[in-house]
Design a protein around this ligand. Sequence first.
Ligand code: GDP
Length: 176
Amino acid sequence: MEVSWNFRFGIVILGDSAVGKSSLLHRYTEGIFDDSRLSPLGIDFKVHHVDFDPGIVVKLLLWDTAGQERFRSIAKSYMRNSVGCLLVFDLSQRQTFERICSWQQEVLDYVKPNPMIFLLVGHKCDLDVQRQVTTEEAEALAKKLNMVGYLEVSSKDNTNVSLAFQNLAQGIYNQY
Ligand code: GDP
């Protein structure tokens, strides 16, 4: 049955391969983490509803650009219809953090002149012993790039997964 909603936001999930984008979407929409699951080829799409203030329901249209190196041109067409973006890096792979700025630039270049709201996700925070990026430097980057915030998330442990989507949706909601 179709859930009634007051607002509808398109959201894309971007970041390097293997940072855990599809695991994040799967955990959020299905409530499951499965280490043996294969990333979908191409684009994955899910719908999820978020309750905001009393009586306000937001419908999130969520696009996971798995395999984006090969499917980048398709991914771009979904960006055009989106208003928010989760930019994801892997806390245990520093090079994925160093690519965040260019991911954001690519999105901004594509959606221009429309605005896009970004939230930075430091993923796999359960792997704390292998951490290669500090909380402070990730927070500083999110601030420098005008994002609505930074969160450390684990799809494996289910840490801050809903909060990441909720905070991004709240950031979009505040903008409109
Ligand atoms: P994608 O290519 O960005 O969509 O990444 P995947 O979702 O396919 O995940 C890549 C690998 O990271 C897989 O082996 C996942 O099981 C693993 N992974 C995903 N999320 C987490 C997490 O929160 N913690 C840990 N330790 N591993 C994760």
